[in-house]
Design a protein around this ligand. Structure first.
Ligand SMILES: Nc1ncnc2c1ncn2[C@@H]1O[C@H](COP(=O)(O)OP(=O)(O)OP(=O)(O)O)[C@@H](O)[C@H]1O
Ligand SMILES: [Mg+2]
Length: 445
């Protein structure tokens, strides 16, 4: 997971040239970065090498520049040299500094001994720590300092965190505690030694139906438990689904209050490699006040779609483009991308991702029922074949003989045939009516 940090740092803008210039782009640091970096500066060399930003040879090269040819200190700091010689961008340096500061402050969280950083998301940093009283490993999510200023958020953070600690389910990352250390607020939870579904997609590119099914079923069980107790997750996505080394699947971040509303949070993630709102439901985009369990089933559907097709359902050039597509664009059926998927499984994903709430699964129980039916070789009870009316109209036009059209991948069925036979049935009906009328008239007269 240290890899995470490296990727994140690597993803930030790399310098385009290696020609000097230590201009301060952020304004929050003095002209000499070294001025405010005591402590940080002493381990900066180790940090840049550990993060794979600089090789040990390059570090020696830079360290040599701290002194002039007479062995006198030049007055530059290592940070100055790394930035001036474009081994590091100012943003990368700032991120290293923030991580360092956060870590330093959390060393003091009472009752916990911080071991190492596990990863960082859009909003927070997660550390592995040892809870001293119970002698067990835990994961601690530390919020940025700026969150301390948002009183409304903090109220929700503590309220929801405490409520989440009451949830207890094998498929939910157990929330243990919420607290404050100095200016930092933190959320202590069960440590999951493993990976995430996001890592799995990156590694395998695409999962089979049989591989994806048991993973998603466990998340659905977690949702069933949470929904029945009044919790809606609101941020179901591959990064929030953890897979422990023993194969157990655990839903993370349940009961973790968010500082922004769903749309704001999605927009704030702009520019992050995997933060774009690929899994958000249409009603969350619309800012609907009342979000129901169906929103989580949409997020789970988008996650499942990504797992089995290797593509996010609605790719786009930026977050608003992606969100526009969630609202307006027709979903490409997953079995059109991965033809090994069974029609029933594909129908289930389409139902999970229905834009119209009334067409979607209303709860995880119905979804699990359908999933189990398909796993047992049957057909889903709730998800029905999708009718492609545009295609039907096209076929009807081109079919002059009114012959029944060929079925397309099981998605055009009985109704398809009926529609193409409709003109014939009407004409036959009319003739039969006329004949009966004539017969009646003849009988009367
Ligand atoms: N309970 C946990 N046990 C072990 N590792 C965890 C745990 N929770 C989070 N992590 C690790 O920390 C990383 C950061 O988690 P975080 O929830 O802050 O962000 P995210 O879910 O990855 O992304 P985003 O902030 O975009 O939602 C995760 O990707 C995961 O690798
Ligand atoms: Mg998370």
């Amino acid at each position: 997971m240290a890899e995470d940090q490296k990727n994140q740092i690597d993803n930030e803008n790399k310098p385009s040239t290696r020609s000097g210039g230590s201009s301060n782009s952020n304004g929050d640091r003095s002209g000499s970065p070294g001025a405010s970096t005591f402590g940080f500066e002493t381990i900066l060399g180790k940090l840049v090498v550990d993060n794979g930003l600089v090789t040990p040879e390059e570090l020696s090269e830079c360290s040599a520049l701290l002194q002039d040819s007479d062995g006198q200190a030049t007055g530059h700091t290592l940070a100055d040299i790394l930035v001036n010689h474009e081994f590091l961008t100012r943003r990368q340096l700032d991120r290293l500094q923030t991580d360092f500061d956060t870590r330093k402050s959390t060393q003091r969280i009472q009752g916990y001994r911080i071991i190492r950083k596990l990863g960082a998301g859009a909003m927070a940093t997660v550390f592995l720590a040892q809870q001293e009283s119970l002698d067990r490993p835990v994961a601690i999510k530390v919020l940025p300092k700026t969150f301390s200023e948002n009183e409304d958020f903090l109220l929700r953070f503590y309220k929801e965190g405490r409520a989440a600690a009451k949830l207890n389910d094998a498929n939910i990352v157990q929330a243990y505690d919420v607290g404050q250390s100095g200016e930092y607020h933190y959320f202590v939870m069960e440590y999951v030694d493993g990976t995430t579904v996001h890592d799995l997609i990156v590694e395998k590119k695409k999962l089979t139906e049989q591989e994806a099914m048991p993973i998603i079923r466990q998340v659905a069980k977690a949702l069933q438990h949470a929904h029945q107790r009044g919790f809606i997750h609101r941020d179901i996505k591959p990064k929030n689904i953890m897979i422990a080394k023993n194969g157990d699947v655990k839903l993370a971040d349940l009961g973790l209050a968010r500082a922004l509303n769903d749309r704001e949070a999605a927009e704030a993630e702009a520019g992050r490699a995997y933060g774009t709102p690929y899994y958000i439901s249409p009603e969350q985009i619309r800012g609907k006040k009342e979000i129901t369990p169906a929103a989580d089933l949409y997020g789970l559907g988008a996650t499942l779609y990504h797992m089995v097709t290797g593509n996010v359902p609605f790719p786009g050039k930026n977050p608003s483009d992606v969100m526009h597509r969630h609202l307006k664009k027709k979903l490409v059926p997953p079995d059109h991308i991965n033809s090994t998927l069974s029609p029933g499984f594909s129908q289930i994903i389409e139902m999970m991702m229905a834009k119209d709430l009334s067409q979607r699964y209303q709860n995880a129980t119905d979804f699990i029922e359908d999933l189990d039916a398909v796993a047992a070789g049957g057909s889903p009870q709730f998800a029905q074949p999708t009718l492609d009316f545009a295609k039907l109209a096209e076929v009807a036009k081109s079919s002059s003989a009114h012959a029944p059209v060929a079925q397309s991948k099981g998605h055009i069925t009985l109704k398809n045939s009926l529609e193409s036979w409709l003109p014939t049935i009407i004409v036959a009906g009319a003739i039969s009516f006329l004949l009966n009328l004539v017969l009646l008239i003849l009988l009367i007269t």
